[in-house]
Design a binder for this molecule. Structure first.
Ligand code: GLV
Ligand code: MN
Ligand code: MN
Length: 412
């Protein structure tokens, strides 16, 4: 089979998708179910239909584009990723796996390949936690890791219920129906940028992922006492932001002293109320993200966070309450699929690194219902979740070629 990846088409589609954005270029902001996201979805749907794929969407907006195989009843081979982008993001996170997946299918079609198993491109809804506070919303529902009941309780940052938001976006039907039956996928492979510096550092063009690290996130509410910035003297203060600062630095200290570079924690959101220069912060809301390749170490940091909250609460006479959003276990990739990826790399003489994904991905949840593997390509300086995220067209095309051949081997 003579597989040719149309690098120019793929690159120009990545650029075209980046134009669906609520941020000034080169930044991309594409939050789930915003008008911009809906326009981007319609644009991709058209590309999939142009490729002759049968497209369906489920009640949460996961989009399935299927190239039907010779045995339509046989379990499917899946590939895909997400197109939502956090505020002020880049062009490649998720997008490479979606448009690369589509290009892989088109390359197989152009090469005259005919598979037994259908090959399906899956575009997951809301891999990013921006709007509803929890990442991988679509894949959690597909895998049954998040129940329909629990999903219905989610609200967005403006307090709108997920039911209202998704219906307004045109996604009706019962959330119960999103869950995929077991055995739906024979195999699932996600192509993604690494979002870290290792491939570039090791000068490897590809990474075969063997494990996906365990993410957790918490919301912390700190209530102190507000008041006049001039009138309230320091001994009388119960400043919620000063308490938050202590909590944040204590988490950083706990993680730095965990003894492993794989332990990471980030406080990416700090909302201060009332947020006036001459008003003592009365309430602070923090969002804390903790990850590790080792579950027990990750859980120890979560426990430390609870202890820190209790200590700071007592010391500063503020109320602190923490809520768990998610605490997921890590996933192992399926050795047989990773071996197919590795074999394909070797066949072409592409060197690769066997690695752990420190970022989470929808594959983390699909792994609960199907054998999965992931293929990484380098991104410049390891930058991701920032506007200067960059992957070269050559690296993207190489990853897409390996993806296409792997899908062919799995679907034959
Ligand atoms: C995915 O966006 C992650 O935060 O790992
Ligand atoms: Mn991301
Ligand atoms: Mn991603």
């Amino acid at each position: 089979m003579n597989l040719v990846i149309n690098q120019d088409r793929l690159n120009s589609e990545i650029e075209a998708l980046a134009a669906f954005s609520d941020a000034e270029p080169p930044a991309v902001t594409r939050v789930v179910f915003t008008p911009t996201d809906l326009k981007a979805r319609a644009w991709i749907r058209e590309r999939c239909e142009d490729a002759g794929l049968a497209v369906r969407q489920d009640a949460i907006g996961n989009t399935f584009a299927r190239w039907v195989g010779a045995d339509p009843e046989a379990p499917l081979v899946g590939t895909g990723s997400h197109i939502d982008a956090i505020p002020n993001a880049g062009k490649y996170d998720g997008v490479v796996g979606v448009l690369g997946g589509l290009e892989a299918i088109r390359a197989l079609q152009d090469a005259g390949f005919r598979s037994k198993h259908s090959i399906e491109l899956l575009i997951f809804t809301s891999e990013e936690p921006t709007r509803f506070g929890i990442g991988c919303l679509g894949s959690r529902l597909l895998a049954g890791t998040l129940s329909a009941d629990a999903a219905r309780k989610l609200t967005d940052n403006d307090g709108a219920s997920i039911e209202n938001v998704r219906r307004k976006a045109g996604f009706t039907g019962g959330l119960e129906e999103v869950r995929l039956p077991s055995g739906y996928y024979k195999a699932f492979v996600e192509l993604h940028i690494e979002q870290g510096p290792l491939l570039e550092r090791e000068q490897k063009p590809l990474g075969v992922v063997e494990r996906i690290a365990a993410p957790a996130s918490m919301r912390v509410l700190i209530e102190g006492a507000g008041g006049h910035a001039g009138g309230v003297l320091m001994p009388d203060r119960r400043d919620a932001l000063c308490a938050a600062a202590e909590v944040i630095l204590a988490i950083e200290q706990a993680v730095r002293s965990s003894g492993a570079v794989d332990t990471v924690a980030t406080v990416g959101i700090c909302d201060v109320f009332p947020g006036a220069v001459n008003s003592i912060p009365a309430t602070v809301r923090l969002s804390v993200d903790i990850r590790d390749t080792d579950l027990q170490r990750r859980d120890r940091v979560m426990k430390t966070l609870d202890e820190v909250c209790r200590a700071v609460s007592a010391k500063r006479q503020v109320f602190i309450h923490s809520d768990l959003v998610n605490a997921d276990v890590p996933a192992d990739c399926a050795p047989a699929i990773a071996a197919t990826l590795a074999l394909t790399c070797e066949k072409h003489g592409f060197s690769f690194l066997r690695m752990t994904s420190r970022a989470y991905h929808d594959s983390l949840f699909i792994s609960r219902i199907a054998p999965v593997a992931m293929l990484f390509i380098p991104c410049r300086n390891g930058y991701s979740h920032r506007p200067d995220e960059y992957a070269s067209p050559e690296d993207i095309a190489r990853g897409t070629l390996v993806l296409a051949e792997t899908l062919a081997a799995l679907a034959a």
